[in-house]
Design a protein around this ligand. Sequence first.
Ligand SMILES: O=C1O[C@H](COP(=O)(O)O)[C@@H](O)[C@H](O)[C@H]1O
Length: 241
Amino acid sequence: MQVIVKKNPADLAKAAADFIAKRIKDVLKKQDRFTIALSGGSTPKALHELLAKSPYVDQIPWLQLHIFWGDERYVPIDDEQSNAGMAYDTLLGHVYTPESQIHVWRTELEPDAAAADYDRILHEYFGETGPTFDLVLLGMGDDGHTLSLFPGTEVVHEQTAWTKAYFLTQQDMYRLTLTAPIVNRAACVAFLVAGPKKAEPLKEVLEGTYQPDKYPSQVIKPQDGELVWLVDQQAARLLSQ
Ligand SMILES: O=C1O[C@H](COP(=O)(O)O)[C@@H](O)[C@H](O)[C@H]1O
């Protein structure tokens, strides 16, 4: 595992953009497509906006990208809470990845049907052995959640299903998510974490005892892939090194 600390959110977004651009370039030397799962929330917005601009917009071969989401809020895509909607506004609406290569969670379906639809998409795309994303981008909430794996929810421990829909009582909203075993098959998982509210959960996730019910981000442990934490100084301030 690697922890990369940057001075502020702007430097963090730049480091993440450089990391992603290099990763895409290196992987595309060996294969002709790059699969990436995006996250939602507020942290990736600055990263997306950078990727949509020079020099990244010209460096990245957008036609070879195949884009997925690790999780989604059960809202229409034009709702301000939609992870996919945010990605279209900040990135995908400004680059040239074909729509057929962008795989959104279909929140117009019933929650269980939307999860089943995403499971079907993953099976069709990756086959029966399961997804092996080239890169999964994740965030971590102030409460230690990642994806839509929230503290105290059963889905944190899901080992069989690839996707899940469930009602998140504390947000009065359905959530749609990939499960940990699927994300842990990725070649690389990169967390992007910024801000003072993340300091305590980050310390616990990285240096505390294993308590996944309290800090679900702890269940992300790629089997054979790389795990990288890109964090800003405010989030890193309680880390011992
Ligand atoms: O609800 C969500 O939150 C997490 C963390 O978001 P952040 O704004 O605190 O960075 C995000 O990773 C996830 O995709 C999203 O659905």
